[in-house]
Design a protein around this ligand. Structure first.
Ligand code: COA
Length: 245
């Protein structure tokens, strides 16, 4: 398959093409990360060179991936807490004029009909190359394990170590990164924090939450904690810090 790479902001993509590309994989509540929302505008504006689409022969975007540059000393102890903190560090680093040295891959998507054919790997490879050309010698990713939602009760530090009998990671998205030479560094149990009112959570999940307490929610990688007195639901999304070779 012949694919070309374009920056996501290079043109206005037809709405139906974007709807198809993003039609699977991200639950509605993913947008309830207040910290992420505060920074995403500046991320899109300033780091557009690290926000790419893979486009097929007909000009249709079939995969995408994006990242941000941060400064990192290579120590596990100084990793950001996860995805949201990475956006904060990238934006604030740029505002301070700090010289970044590390690409953090923040997201990737493959159109549903082409999943499982290695397009994600091609997307990550392209991003790594662009990052290297920009002087980002280290590559990190707060990986969102795609099958973690089937095990919402399991702590991320356990889940990320689960292996198949052949030794490969049980989770396919961790596996893709490992095939590309990445290694697990640490769990990121609170990579993102999503907050909303009880009514918002009910509309995002299609469930009702009659009492305060913890709930398993569709596509939730961990549990939702509902506080009816405060009219608030809080969900912390776990990720896995991986470092590419
Ligand atoms: C995660 C994602 C980007 C992986 O893309 P991909 O191109 O399917 O990745 P790969 O081809 O490397 O496949 C990865 C593994 O998942 C399996 N897989 C995942 N989804 C599959 C599907 N729908 N059909 C078949 N296989 C699938 C593949 O078989 C492969 O397993 P293997 O290690 O045994 O070969 C893609 O599934 C996706 O867009 N998901 C929704 C968004 C998301 O969760 N992104 C990651 C967090 S930002």
């Amino acid at each position: 398959m012949i694919l070309t790479t374009e920056r996501t902001n290079a043109r206005t993509w037809p709405e139906e093409q974007l709807a198809e590309l993003f039609s699977e994989g991200f639950p509605q509540f993913i947008t309830a990360d207040r910290l992420g929302k505060e920074y995403i505008g500046r991320v899109r504006e300033w780091f557009a060179d690290l926000d790419l689409m893979l486009v097929d022969e007909d000009g249709v975007p079939v995969a995408g991936g994006w990242g941000v540059p941060i400064r990192w000393d290579g120590q596990v102890e100084s990793l950001p807490t996860g995805y949201s903190q990475t956006l904060v560090q990238a934006v604030e680093g740029r505002e301070r004029g700090a010289e970044p040295d590390t690409l953090v891959i923040c997201g990737a998507i493959v159109t549903p009909s082409l999943k499982g054919r290695g397009l994600a790997g091609r997307t990550l490879t392209t991003l790594r190359e662009v990052g290297r050309e920009a002087g980002l010698s280290r590559v990190l990713a707060p990986v969102r394990p795609t099958t973690k939602a089937r095990y919402p009760l399991t702590p991320i530090d356990s889940f990320m170590r689960w292996r198949r009998p052949d030794g490969a990671a049980l989770d396919p998205w961790i596996r893709t990164h490992e095939r590309m030479g990445a290694q697990i560094l640490a769990g990121a149990p609170a990579s993102q924090t999503m907050t909303g009112t009880v009514a918002e959570w009910e509309s995002w999940t299609g469930l009702v939450f009659p009492e305060s307490g913890e709930y398993v929610i569709p596509d939730g990688l961990s549990l939702l904690r509902i506080d009816r007195d405060a009219d608030e639901g809080v969900y912390q999304e776990p990720n896995v810090w991986m470092r590419h070779a």
